[in-house]
Design a binder for this molecule. Structure first.
Ligand code: FEO
Length: 394
């Protein structure tokens, strides 16, 4: 794939990782693959903003070489230390050893601890400007969006924001721009990205977004370091981030359960019927049949969660335990939840789930419901009523 000119003399020189299905140490399922976006700005001085994941270093260098000899690069802007964006730096810097690396103080520290190289490094702070010629780059520290070292790079002359992970999506595509791809698929990936990576950082994201909006900087293109570039309507993703960061959600319910012999699954179906018959949108996921990254994506947009499990060793089943541990880490705010489950002799799953719901800071909407072995007709009716009551509390 050739470089793509996204603005005059500004090139996408990234790579498309079509086959990656598991990311971040298996914490994220990349069903649509991903891209590592790197941008080459050719002016009187030449700057490269972010590199790519290490195994793709040769492809990055070949793309750069299609435009300029790599040794002509004057500046390498490291918006973020994580290896999917910096992994190609050791190979690249060998070709342009005089290039100066720009990044935050935390980035300098992180790059050294990853690669143990003494590159010429310029620490930058919010508002620092680098002149390239006709164009300038302004840096904006963005700590915890999503690592302490993160920063955004902005080119005012082009109204171009290069925010690294922010506004990105794991979306492999031969197309580069938002107006060239399926909108539903694009927003689905952007939603999953926020939900699984950025959700627990929402308060900091909101502060940063409000700071950027207050600065009044004009933006007509947002080019993140994963996935598709926003040029048609960059405010679409900014407004989505604002809504997510404010913890807004819809009157929807996600039911997620794990079942051993089918009793908890049966309860889930009856509870869902009660919710649907109340006029509230509901989705059911069996954790053993579902992709956790996708389920969490649906949870971002839903106000209510119902979590169920069969009892095993006086607690919930192990896949659900892993799921709840992940959810606890995301600390969803302004959400409500309740638990349900089944047991053979001593219960424990529902109480175990309730404890994690509380630990995660999610409001416990009502007491849990649990039944012994397979629920009978009257117990199924109670499940239906449980669903109705939960829907009413939304
Ligand atoms: Fe895409 Fe935080 O790296």
């Amino acid at each position: 794939m050739k470089p793509s000119e996204i603005k005059k003399s500004i090139y996408w020189v990234g790579v498309v990782d079509w086959t990656v299905k598991s990311f971040h140490g298996h914490t994220y399922t990349t069903q649509r693959g991903s891209t590592y976006n790197s941008y080459l700005i050719v002016d009187e001085k030449i700057a490269l903003v972010d590199t790519v994941y290490g195994p793709f270093a040769d492809e990055l260098i070949k793309k750069i070489r299609d435009i300029v000899p790599p040794e002509k690069i004057d500046y390498v802007i490291a918006n973020h230390v994580e290896t999917d964006h910096s992994g190609a730096m050791p190979a690249l810097m060998k070709l342009c050893p005089k290039a100066k690396v720009y990044g935050t103080a935390k980035c300098k520290e992180g790059l050294y601890k990853n690669y143990y190289e003494n590159w010429d490094f310029q620490v930058v702070k919010t508002g620092d400007v680098l002149k390239l010629g006709k164009r300038t780059l302004t840096f904006l520290e963005a700590p915890m969006i999503h690592w302490p070292d993160s920063m955004f790079t902005y080119c005012p002359e082009e109204k171009l924001l290069l925010p690294n992970d922010a506004f990105g999506q794991h979306y492999a595509s031969s197309e580069r721009f938002d107006d060239e791809v399926d909108q539903a698929g694009l927003m689905d990936e952007a939603t999953k990205y926020y939900a699984n990576i950025l959700w627990p950082l929402s308060s900091m994201i909101l502060r940063k977004l409000e700071e950027v909006i207050k600065m009044g900087i004009p933006i007509d293109m947002i080019a993140p370091s994963h996935g598709i570039i926003w040029r048609k309507d960059p405010m679409k993703i900014v407004n989505a981030y604002l809504s997510w960061a404010k913890n807004e959600s819809a009157k929807k319910v996600v039911i997620v359960y794990e079942t051993m012999w089918g009793a908890t699954a049966k309860m889930a179906r009856s509870i869902a019927a009660g919710i649907a018959d109340s006029g509230v949108s509901v989705k059911i996921f069996d954790v053993n049949q579902s992709d956790r990254t996708e389920v969490i994506g649906h949870m971002l947009g839903a106000k209510g969660y119902l979590v169920g499990s069969s009892t095993h060793d006086n607690g919930m089943l192990p896949t659900m335990a892993g799921f709840m541990d992940f959810l606890n880490g995301l600390k969803p705010k302004q959400r409500m939840a309740a638990a349900f489950g089944s047991y053979g002799w001593a219960g424990g799953a529902a109480a175990n789930i309730e404890k994690i719901i509380k630990d995660a800071g999610i409001a416990l909407a009502m007491p849990s419901i649990s039944f012994k072995y397979l629920p009978d007709e009257s117990e199924m009716r109670k499940c239906y009523e449980f669903g109705k009551e939960f829907a009413a509390k939304l």
